[in-house]
Structures are given as structure tokens and as C-alpha cells.
Design a protein around this ligand. Structure first.
Ligand SMILES: *Cc1c(COP(=O)(O)O)cnc(C)c1O
Length: 471
């Protein structure tokens, strides 16, 4: 399996060669030269596999330059009942016949990002051990991504994490989750500023190529291909759990932000998994819903990006979306390059008057958006009807998913976080706070480990210089 760039400017590379890199040198995203197709015989054989065995079957199709026995070890070490709360890893909850919630949020930080990030941590460690390399991961977070990365990389050999967050701007729970980590390779840097200041610092450091090279700076952002491919696995797992035979089709509803999660669903469908619809749900930040309804992709400015009660979907442009457009154009890298030359300047593109707009249907995509009132109502309604409590992001998925539900087609809504992370909205919906998992009982009282810095690139660089090498 070789990987190429969505903009056509990268010679084919192996999985290990793209594992540690972010963007391709030409500004595009890495994507498989062809999607592996799953035969009917294979699909039949996979139905009863454990999560780990299924993950190996799928991942080994994309990762063929890590010896099979090593890959199996990495997978078995990643997906354990201990880390993910059950042997199922992603248990399916049935609300009523034909309506399900796929539990993706039972990892260490109680959000679905753990599923990919935990694998990434082990893949990075494996790779760095093999090459004797080191990696300083630099990131900016307003919540979920940062903690998910830290819990995946804690204690990992050859890896340090420098995570910037806006001082005093995350929820107490999220802050405590990150800052209570005492691992020597985790560095929490609280910035006197807002999230965009953090993001700007990361960009400035990454654009200093000499510094980036010499200090082995890397990222774990959502365009990383390994994260996408790890997420393909649970689409298969969810499909098998919700159906009896492989003649059946299902639809998935996916709370979306950067298009990473639903991109994995798209890949699963391209591999031959019988998915009828991929139902994309946004919150008030509806840049993706707008595209799938109107053909216009209009990235927003940070100024236009709203702060909502499903904050992990508050995005102004969707970094993984380029991968889908690459496939939509029939893998026409030249066309992608032209479209993104507009996007990279903050300009929209419009496919409505082109043959591509009609083709969206062939890929199974439909969409809708949600808002605060709908989200609160959905949490209340699901709780009342099924005695199941969902978080604000999952509620957006359920809201839009139910609007597109078809009789005879099982609908699987992806649960992307647990309600405990968004206690305020739960209180608003059902009049009481969600229960806390036992491990998180006294989270906010634990000692915290972090430094405070001004929103100053040089100050952050100096800090990395001091701590970003083997002590
Ligand atoms: C990251 C995140 C999303 C959005 O996922 P994408 O892969 O960026 O589309 C949705 N819900 C939660 C809770 C998240 O953390």
C-alpha cells in the first residue's frame, strides 16, 4: 500500500513514511493510492471477530510495512478492556429496534478521539524505538484533542508533549483532566490569551523550519492518516453489531467538525462495507452542512465561528474535507489543487453548477445542522424515552440522524463523548448533573502540573529548548 497526496505533488510513500508527518510537502493530505476492497467472503469471516482481530484485518490492509506480528502486538496492547472499559471496546446500545448508539467514548478521556489517539501513541513509540528518533509533539487545544493526545503519549519512550491551552478558558473538568497528569514527558503550557493565540503560536513555531527540524517538532492533528484509519475499524464493528447478515445496509449519523470521523466512514464504505447513508451532523457552525446542501464550501473566519455547547465541533473549516473532495473529483489532484488555492486564501468554492454536485449522492452523504435548543431538547427526549443520557455532540448526531432515518434501514448514531464532560448542558436538559465514572470522582482536587506563559512565540520556543530533549 502506497500513499499519495490529494494535490498530486508527492511521490508514493509507505505508511511508516507518512506516519509522523502532518501535511504533504505540496500542502495536500496523504491518501491511499487505492482503497483496499473487502470481498464478500472476507466480510462474512470478519463478522464474529473480536475488536482486536478485526482491527488487525483492517489495519494490515493499510499498514503493510510494519511486520504483521508487530502490528498485532501494537493493536492488542492498544485495545484492551482495561483502557476502553469493556472487551467490546465500542459497545452498541440499542435504543429501540433499528435505532442504535455506538459507544466510542469509553477510553481514558471519555471522548471518541481516544480510539485513534491511543493507537497513534503506540505506533509513534514503535517507530521511534526502531529508528532511535525523538519527537516533541506541539499542539494547541481548547479541550478534547489535548487531553486525548496527552493520555495517549504519557510515559511513551522518546516522545514529549507540549500542549498549549488558553489560561482559564477550558472547563474545570477538562483543565483538571490535563493538568493532573504528573508524567515527566507531558508539559502543559497555559497561555495568557485565547485559543487562537495558542494556535497562532503553534503555527509560528511550525513555520520556523530550522527550529522545527532541529528540535524534532511534530503534531498529532486530525489530518494524520493513522488517526483516520484507526477509526475505520468501528464502522465495521458497529455494522456487524447492528445487523444479522451482510445483505443488510445501515446508515451512520456522525457529529462532525474537522470531517475526520465521517471520513473514516467514507473509507469504510469505499472498502465495500454496506453503508447506505453517511449522515453528517454539524452544530451552529454549519460550514459542512452548507456544502452538502448547496454545493458551496465557504470556510468561515475565526470571527464568524461561534462558541457553542457542542464545542468540539466549533470549526471554521474542516481540515479532512479535502480527502473527500479528492474522491468526489474522481481523484483529480489538479482540480483539488485549484479548489484549495481558493480555500487557502479564505475564499469559497461552488460545485452546484458542476457534475460533481450530483455525484455527492453516489457517496451516500446527506447532512443537517443542530443548535443549542435542539440539542437540549434531544438530550431530554432521548433520556425520557430510553433512559439513556447522551452528551451534547452525540445529541447533534441523534437530532440530524433521526431526521434522515428511513424505515427498514438501521440507524447507528456515533457517540463522540460522555455526558459527564458537559455537565452544564445536561443540567439544563434534565435538571440534574450526570453521574461521574468512579475514576473521575475527585478529579478537580488532584494536584495540577502546568506552567503559565504569555502569548509569545519566543517564550514558548525557549521553554521547548529547555525541556525538549532527553534529560
Ligand atoms: C473531535 C470531536 C468531534 C468532531 O469530530 P471530527 O473528526 O473533527 O469531525 C465531535 N465530537 C466530539 C466530542 C469531538 O471531540
Amino acid at each position: 500500500m502506497r500513499y499519495i497526496s490529494t494535490r498530486g505533488g508527492m511521490p508514493p510513500k509507505t505508511f511508516s513514511e507518512i506516519l509522523l508527518s502532518g501535511l504533504s510537502p505540496d500542502g495536500g493530505l496523504a491518501i491511499p493510492e487505492v482503497y483496499p476492497r473487502v470481498t464478500a467472503v472476507e466480510l462474512h469471516a470478519w463478522r464474529d471477530l473480536s475488536y482486536q482481530a478485526l482491527a488487525f484485518e483492517i489495519l494490515s490492509r493499510f499498514i503493510d510495512d510494519i511486520p504483521a506480528q508487530d502490528l498485532r502486538k501494537i493493536i492488542n496492547k492498544t485495545y484492551t478492556a482495561e483502557i476502553f472499559g469493556s472487551a467490546d471496546i465500542t459497545p452498541l446500545k440499542t435504543l429501540e429496534p433499528g435505532l442504535h448508539v455506538l459507544g466510542l467514548s469509553n477510553g481514558p478521556t471519555l471522548a471518541f478521539k481516544d480510539i485513534a489517539m491511543q493507537l497513534l501513541g503506540n505506533l509513534f513509540e514503535y517507530q521511534l524505538t526502531k529508528t532511535g528518533g525523538e519527537l516533541n509533539i506541539l499542539g494547541a487545544t481548547s479541550g478534547d484533542t489535548g487531553s486525548s493526545a496527552e493520555y495517549a503519549m504519557r510515559g511513551k519512550h522518546g516522545i514529549r508533549v507540549f500542549m498549549l491551552s488558553p489560561l482559564g478558558k477550558m472547563s474545570r473538568f477538562q483543565t483538571a483532566q490535563m493538568f493532573s497528569l504528573q508524567d515527566k514527558n507531558i508539559f502543559n503550557i497555559a497561555i495568557r490569551g485565547v485559543f487562537d493565540d495558542c494556535q497562532d503560536i503553534v503555527k509560528a513555531v511550525s513555520n520556523d523550519h530550522a527550529f522545527k527540524e532541529s528540535r524534532h517538532i511534530g503534531t498529532v492533528n486530525s489530518i494524520n492518516w493513522a488517526r483516520i484509519v484507526a477509526q475505520v475499524v468501528y464502522y465495521f464493528k458497529g455494522y456487524f453489531a447492528a445487523t444479522k447478515t451482510n445483505d443488510e445496509q445501515v446508515s451512520f449519523a456522525v457529529p462532525s467538525g474537522n470531517f475526520g470521523n465521517i471520513c473514516a466512514g467514507h473509507v469504510a464504505r469505499m472498502m465495500g462495507l454496506p453503508i447506505k447513508r453517511l449522515i453528517l451532523a454539524t452544530n451552529e457552525n454549519d460550514v459542512l452542512d452548507e456544502f452538502f446542501r448547496t454545493g458551496v464550501y465557504r470556510p468561515r473566519t475565526t470571527f464568524e465561528t461561534q462558541h457553542t455547547s457542542s464545542p468540539s465541533m466549533d470549526i471554521s473549516k474542516a481540515s479532512n474535507f479535502e480527502r473527500f473532495i479528492f474522491d468526489l473529483t474522481g481523484r483529480n489532484a489538479q482540480q483539488v489543487k485549484e479548489l484549495w488555492s481558493a480555500v487557502d486564501q479564505g475564499k469559497p468554492f461552488d460545485l452546484l453548477q458542476t457534475p460533481l454536485f450530483a455525484k455527492i449522492q453516489d457517496f451516500g452523504f446527506v447532512s443537517g445542522s443542530s443548535n443549542h435548543a435542539a440539542r437540549i431538547e434531544t438530550i431530554r427526549d432521548i433520556h425520557q424515552r430510553y433512559r439513556v443520557l447522551v452528551d451534547t455532540h452525540t445529541a447533534d448526531g441523534l437530532k440530524v440522524g433521526q431526521a434522515h432515518r428511513e424505515t427498514g434501514v438501521p440507524l447507528i448514531c456515533l457517540e463522540t463523548a460522555l455526558p459527564v464532560k458537559f455537565a452544564e448542558s445536561i443540567q439544563e436538559a434534565i435538571g440534574r448533573e450526570p453521574e461521574r465514572p468512579a475514576d473521575f470522582e475527585n478529579l478537580e482536587d488532584l494536584p495540577q502540573r502546568f506552567v503559565v506563559k504569555d502569548a509569545d512565540v519566543e517564550a514558548v520556543k525557549a521553554y521547548i529548548d529547555e525541556f525538549g530533549r532527553a534529560q
